[in-house]
Design a protein around this ligand. Structure first.
Ligand code: ADP
Length: 370
C-alpha cells in the first residue's frame, strides 16, 4: 500500500485553481498546514477569506478529485475536507457595573403579590447580615420603594467623577437605592412609554455611582414586558427570584414569568421562588396558620419546576404597616416576620453561591444608547 505524506497531497492540490486568479490554492496559501494523515485517511482544511465565498463548494469538490486523481485513488478524502473561514472577532463589550458581584431580578407574574415588599425586606435583611446591597426600583407601574424606605422626599443628587456626572443613590437602612419614583411627581399619573422607561432605567443603572456591591437587586415591573427585555439586555443578570402568592391565578402568571426568563433569548436562570402571603397568622395567635390563598401553591410549583423554594412569608399586619411607615419589618430580626425574611436572605445567598459555582458571573455588557 502506498504511503501517503503531506507533500503528495499538496502537489495534488496544486492542480486546483482559484477561479479568476490564475493561481492554485496551495500557492494562494489556502491549504492549512495541518494535514492529518492516518493510513489512507486524510483530513485537511481549506481556508476561505469570506464565509460566503461563492466558489467554496466547487473548490472542495475539485480538491477531492485532484487528490484522488494525482495522489492516490484509494485515499479516503470524501467529506474530510473542511472549509474554514476566519473567525470574526467580536469587539469585547466594556464592563458595566464592574464592582457589582451579582445582579438579581426580583419578579412576579402579576401585581399585588408582594414583590416590592419582598425586595425591600430582602435588601434590608442582606444589609443587616453585612452584605453591600443596592436596590433599583424598576417597577414603572407603581414605584413603591421611596415609600417603603420612607425617603419619598429624597432627591438623588449628582456628583462629578472624572469629569462625568453620576447620580448618587439614596442610602437608608444600609441599602443604596434608586427608584424611578424619585423622578416623577407621585401625584402625577405618569404613563411611561416603553422606550422612555427603558432609557430612564438604563440611566439609573449606568449613570449612577453604585460602587462596590455584593447584591444589586432590581425590583422588576410585574408580568412580562419590553422593560424586562431592555433590562436583561442592559446588564448580565446573575439570576431571577420569582415572587408569588399560593393562589392559582398568581401561580399561572408566575409560571409565565418563569418561562420568560428561561426563554432562549432571555436566558436568565431562576434562583428560586418566594411564596408570599403563604398563610395568615393573627398577632394574638402566633401559632395559628390560616391558608387564605391556598396551601403550598408556590412550594408545589417550585417542586414541579425543580427549583428551590427560597422562603415562605406569612401575611402579617406588621409587614403591611412596615411598608406603609417606611420601616421594613426585616429591620427587626427578632420578630417572626424579621426571621422569615432572614431565612429567605440565607437561602438566597446560598442559591446565588450555587449558581456562581455552576457558572461564573458573565461579562457585563455596556448599554447601547450612549
Ligand atoms: P407588588 O410589588 O407585587 O405589587 P407590594 O409589595 O406592593 O406588591 O404589596 C401589595 C400590598 O400587600 C402592599 O400593601 C403590601 O404592604 C402588602 N403585603 C405584601 N406582602 C405582605 C405580607 N406578607 N403580609 C401583609 N401584607 C403584605
Amino acid at each position: 500500500m502506498a504511503s501517503i505524506y503531506p507533500k503528495l497531497i499538496l502537489d495534488a492540490l496544486r492542480n486546483v485553481r482559484y477561479p479568476g486568479t490564475g493561481k492554485d490554492i496551495v500557492e494562494m496559501g489556502m491549504v492549512s498546514d495541518d494535514i492529518h494523515i492516518n493510513g489512507m485517511k486524510v483530513n485537511l482544511s481549506i481556508l476561505f477569506e469570506k464565509p460566503n465565498d461563492p466558489f467554496m463548494k466547487s473548490i472542495i469538490k475539485a480538491a477531492e478529485t485532484a487528490i484522488l486523481t494525482y495522489a492516490d485513488p484509494n485515499i479516503e478524502i470524501k467529506g474530510n475536507i473542511e472549509a474554514r473561514t476566519p473567525q470574526v472577532e467580536q469587539p469585547k463589550p466594556a464592563k458595566l457595573l464592574p464592582q457589582v458581584k451579582n445582579v438579581i431580578a426580583i419578579s412576579s407574574g402579576k401585581g399585588g403579590v408582594g414583590k416590592s415588599t419582598v425586595s425591600a425586606n430582602l435588601a434590608v435583611s442582606l444589609a443587616k447580615k453585612g452584605y453591600k446591597v443596592g436596590l433599583l426600583d424598576a417597577d414603572i407601574f407603581g414605584p413603591s420603594m421611596p415609600k417603603m424606605f420612607d425617603v419619598e422626599d429624597a432627591r438623588p443628587y449628582l456628583e462629578p467623577i472624572d469629569g462625568k456626572e453620576y447620580i448618587i443613590p439614596v442610602e437608608k437602612y444600609g441599602v443604596k437605592m434608586l427608584s424611578i419614583g424619585f423622578f416623577v411627581n407621585k401625584n402625577d399619573a405618569v404613563v411611561w412609554r416603553g422606550a422612555m422607561a427603558g432609557n430612564a432605567l438604563k440611566q439609573l443603572i449606568a449613570d449612577a455611582n453604585w460602587g462596590e456591591l455584593d447584591y444589586f437587586l432590581i425590583d422588576f415591573p410585574p408580568g412580562t414586558s419590553d422593560i424586562h427585555l431592555t433590562l436583561v439586555q442592559t446588564l448580565a443578570i446573575t439570576g431571577a427570584v420569582v415572587v408569588s402568592t399560593p393562589q392559582e391565578v398568581a401561580l399561572a402568571d408566575a409560571r409565565k414569568g418563569i418561562n420568560m426568563f428561561m426563554n432562549d433569548k432571555v436566558n436568565v436562570p431562576i434562583l428560586g421562588l418566594v411564596e408570599n402571603m403563604a398563610w395568615f397568622t393573627p398577632a394574638e395567635l402566633p401559632d395559628n396558620k390560616y391558608y387564605i390563598f391556598g396551601k403550598d401553591g408556590a412550594k408545589n410549583l417550585a417542586e414541579e419546576m425543580n427549583m428551590p423554594l427560597l422562603g415562605q412569608i406569612p401575611i402579617v399586619q406588621s409587614i403591611c404597616e412596615g411598608g406603609d411607615k417606611g420601616e421594613p419589618v426585616a429591620l427587626n430580626e427578632n420578630s417572626i416576620t424579621g426571621m422569615a425574611f432572614s431565612t429567605l436572605a440565607d437561602n438566597f445567598v446560598e442559591a446565588v453561591d450555587k449558581r456562581n459555582k455552576q457558572q461564573p458571573p458573565t461579562q457585563k455588557v455596556e448599554v447601547h444608547n450612549k
